[in-house]
Design a protein around this ligand. Structure first.
Ligand SMILES: Cc1cc2nc3c(=O)[nH]c(=O)nc-3n(C[C@H](O)[C@H](O)[C@H](O)COP(=O)(O)O)c2cc1C
Length: 202
């Protein structure tokens, strides 16, 4: 089990060029999306929405919105991860319904008050985007576990991405774009700091 997971983590890398001739089977795409859906989120608010882009013309337009990065045009599918914004307003039906699942009835009103206070103190959009990155990480690991490559793309023009996909910017922030497919080139050497440089036991 440990080796299986480690080999998936080692297989994953930021793939720069995908094999344009290979398409991800639908059931594999669903497996990857399911890994995103099952991800943890702060207060269980499932901050994400996934737009799966497979149409060649749309992928080409997305490439333009991502500084012409070739991953977008060559991938089999690009998952555009949107972070919820409007739905996170403290009085929204969405927040009320999802927080209700989190606690016993007796604690619900207290949780709503806590959330209303929290929402005033934090940057809700940054908080929402952070949750989406957790879903993205799980999707990348799930993809790697079944031999599918990915590359997280943060280098995009948000307004241009919104325009390509007709996304309401009041409702969603573009969090990350995740092209998926099969590598066209060998995996490059990986560079990581050693654990000793990163970990302190106390
Ligand atoms: C939030 C985030 C945004 C990223 N944006 C881009 C990007 O726009 N283009 C790109 O080629 N790689 C992007 N990367 C990939 C990183 O450059 C890459 O993960 C890092 O250099 C380590 O390489 P590895 O993933 O191959 O191990 C991004 C990674 C993360 C986590």
């Amino acid at each position: 089990m440990k080796e299986t997971l480690l080999s998936a983590l080692r297989f994953r890398h930021a793939c720069k060029h995908f094999d344009k001739t290979r398409q991800i089977p639908g059931e594999d795409l669903e497996f990857i999306l399911e890994a995103g859906r099952l991800s943890p989120s702060s207060m269980g608010l499932e901050h994400w929405k996934f737009i799966v882009v497979r149409t060649p013309a749309l992928k080409t337009q997305l490439q333009g919105a991502c500084g012409d990065q070739p991953q977008l045009g060559s991938c089999s599918a690009a998952v555009v991860i949107l972070a919820k914004k409007a739905e996170l307003a403290p009085d929204s039906e969405y927040v009320r319904a999802l927080l209700k699942r989190e606690v016993p009835q007796a604690e619900y009103e207290g949780l709503l008050r806590f959330y209303a206070d929290f929402a005033q103190r934090v940057d809700l959009v940054a908080w929402s985007v952070a949750q989406c990155h957790i879903a993205a990480a799980n999707m990348m690991t799930a993809a790697a576990a079944i031999g599918i490559d990915s590359c997280p793309i943060g280098g995009f023009d948000p307004a241009a991405v919104r325009e390509v996909l007709d996304i309401d910017g009041r409702r969603y922030e573009v969090a990350l774009i995740l092209p998926l497919g099969y590598r066209a080139q060998p995996q490059p050497a990986r560079h990581r700091l050693p654990l000793e440089a990163l970990v302190e036991y106390r």
